[in-house]
Design a protein around this ligand. Structure first.
Ligand SMILES: Nc1ncnc2c1ncn2[C@@H]1O[C@H](COP(=O)(O)OP(=O)(O)O)[C@@H](O)[C@H]1O
Ligand SMILES: N[C@@H](CCOP(=O)(O)O)C(=O)O
Length: 319
């Protein structure tokens, strides 16, 4: 389903010959995935993942390689791309940019338990401690400036009530966050949903799909995680998962006073970010491929719940 570009065995044999990764044993297209073509490649030495980039900003791929290399060097559980004998990670295969990764163990957790939430919070906290020193730079493509610019495009498809909700929210964020960058900065995953993680039982196999990776407010990443990992079907926060993630995260990195102040607003902003990006996919810029889009209403529900309930108290943590 998500193999947009088929590959032949001889193409992959030739591709693998550039690396010290062993000889091809099997090649299997991966049906999951929505944007890129993914293959599981098994050699006589190791299990690998081959990604062909179908869309997006190809000129941004060196940033993603640099970020994954950096996190891998700092022993974060990410798929550090394989470099060929000349030191190059980025290649062209079947006319598409291609990267080869180690295959990480595990499955996406659908209903994460508290041990998994703890692992995720710990790893994200660790990643943010490390990523504050990452030298690369890529402005967050889904930040407040993007919300300001893009929300106009979907208003016409919304009910009058939802139009008011969206416009009022964006205006409120603008007033709150303004242009000041007072929040701690670093490299972000940018889209750390459950389906961008792999768990082998309670053990985190790794974080994948860094193609929303960027630099910006670390709090943005944490709010995305809480909205996806610790939210009930009705949009309300689940206190146990919320606390498991935040206690583990803060054992690595305490939130600053400014971050604590911004937290309720950041939960709202990141909920609206996905409400908007999903609406854009449905109404404005549908994918070329026949894939079922994610439900925008899920994030409208989450936004409304955050507005009604506010944020849960942030757990106090002594480091
Ligand atoms: N390094 C990896 N290790 C194990 N599985 C992976 C790895 N990278 C991707 N996958 C698998 O391939 C699927 C699609 O990859 P992903 O990068 O999320 O593609 P897309 O950007 O198209 O959604 C993932 O859901 C996961 O099952
Ligand atoms: N995880 C997202 C999809 C990626 O977001 P995008 O801004 O890159 O389109 C979702 O669940 O909507």
């Amino acid at each position: 389903m998500a193999v947009f570009t088929p590959l032949t065995q001889p193409q992959v044999v030739e591709f693998l010959s550039r690396f010290d990764a062993g000889a091809l044993v099997s090649l299997e297209g991966v049906p999951a995935g929505t944007e890129n073509t993914t293959f599981f490649v098994t050699t006589n030495r190791r299990a690998l993942v081959l990604t062909l980039f179908e869309q997006g900003e190809h000129e941004e791929l060196p940033f993603f390689v640099e970020l994954l290399d950096y996190l891998d060097e700092h022993r974060l559980p990410v798929p550090g791309p394989l470099h060929d004998r000349n030191g190059d990670a980025l290649h062209t295969l079947a006319g598409k940019p291609a990267l080869l990764f180690p295959k990480l163990p595990g499955q996406h957790p659908k209903a994460p338990n508290l041990a998994q939430c703890h692992e995720l919070g710990d790893t994200l906290g660790h990643m943010h401690v490390v990523s504050r020193h990452f030298p690369g730079h890529r402005p967050n493509p889904r930040d407040l400036h993007w919300l300001l610019l893009m929300h106009h495009k979907v208003l016409v498809y919304l009910s009058p009530e939802d139009q008011t909700l969206m416009k009022d929210e964006v205006e409120t964020y603008q007033g709150f966050f303004g242009d000041a960058t007072t929040l701690p900065q670093g490299a972000l995953h940018g889209d750390l949903f459950r389906d961008n993680t792999l768990f082998d039982g309670d053990r985190l196999g790794g974080l994948i799909d860094f193609y929303n990776g960027c630099t910006g407010d670390l709090l943005f990443d944490l709010a995305i995680v809480i909205n996806d990992w610790a939210t009930e079907a009705d949009g309300r926060l689940d206190p146990a998962r919320h606390d498991a993630i935040l206690v583990a995260y803060q054992a690595r990195r305490s939130l600053t006073v400014a971050e604590r102040d911004a937290w309720p607003m950041m939960l709202r902003l990141t909920a609206l970010r996905y409400w908007l990006s999903r609406l854009l996919v449905v109404y404005v810029d549908p994918p070329a491929h026949d894939l079922t889009p994610h439900d925008p209403d899920r994030f409208r529900t989450i936004l409304k719940a955050r507005l009604e309930d506010g944020a849960l108290p942030l757990p106090e943590v002594s480091q």
